[in-house]
Design a protein around this ligand. Structure first.
Ligand SMILES: Nc1ncnc2c1ncn2[C@@H]1O[C@H](COP(=O)(O)OP(=O)(O)O)[C@@H](O)[C@H]1O
Ligand SMILES: [Mg+2]
Length: 217
């Protein structure tokens, strides 16, 4: 079976005023189509840095010191921003931690999802985009999508906003979904719902998922 993602001996360092911080040290793993990988560890151990180094969303002070990253057999360790832009969304997509800051408060929910659809499906006609948005909203469990399309983020609860963030992450039908602590900003019962939803989507779409958490439970 083809490896979707292969990370070998990856080390990432950050230059800080007090010297070098070894954020990721010698990490190796592989991920196949439809697989779920859980990355668990205490805060500050380098989980987010690991995800960001794969998607090349590292801060300027950070650099890959050692190791390699391959996607579908292609080495992307030294890929430039332009090549990475083609991979982000389509190959890998990320659900961010805080659904409040991930959404634009001034733009209607439906439009924000539509923008993500358009970026990755440039040839879609208006109605195709609209249909895809409704489909995505249904997929992530937003009921009455036609009405909710026209609402703003502040009209959504925290859990519902996280569902919108998931719809945006899924807009380009990614092969790999990074979920970096997707539930930390939510209360406990909603956390369980979002994790169930992730599992359901992963089964339905066969999206390989990397789930990051500091919560062993
Ligand atoms: N922009 C940055 N500048 C300096 N150090 C950073 C920066 N971002 C993260 N770090 C350091 O890198 C380490 C790993 O951080 P991170 O990957 O965010 O941890 P986690 O996601 O596991 O909580 C931490 O020790 C943190 O202090
Ligand atoms: Mg983190």
């Amino acid at each position: 079976m083809e490896q979707l993602l292969e990370v070998k001996n990856l080390s990432v360092s950050i230059d800080s005023p007090t010297g070098e911080v070894q954020a990721v040290r010698d990490v190796s793993f592989s991920l196949q189509k439809g697989e779920v990988l859980a990355i668990v560890g205490e805060s500050g151990c380098g989980k987010s840095m690991l995800c960001k180094s794969i998607m090349k969303l590292l801060p300027p002070s950070a650099r890959i010191k050692n190791g390699s990253i391959s996607v579908c057999g292609q080495d992307i360790t030294c890929s430039r921003e332009k090549e990475m832009q083609n991979l982000r969304g389509k190959v890998f997509s990320m659900i961010f931690q805080d659904p409040l800051t991930a959404l634009n408060p001034t733009i209607k929910i439906g439009k924000q999802i539509a923008e993500a659809v358009l970026v990755h499906h440039k040839t879609y006609a208006r109605d195709e985009v609209y249909q895809k948005v409704l489909e995505l909203m249904e997929l992530v469990g937003i009921s009455h999508p036609k009405e909710r399309y026209h609402q703003y983020p502040w009209q959504f609860s925290g859990g519902m906003r996280q569902r919108c963030v998931m719809a945006i992450a899924l807009a380009a039908d990614p092969d790999i979904l990074f979920a970096d602590e997707p539930t930390t900003a939510l209360d406990v019962t909603i956390q369980a719902q979002i994790l169930d939803l992730l599992r359901e989507i992963q089964r339905k779409l066969e999206t390989a998922t990397i789930l990051v958490s500091h919560d062993l439970a």
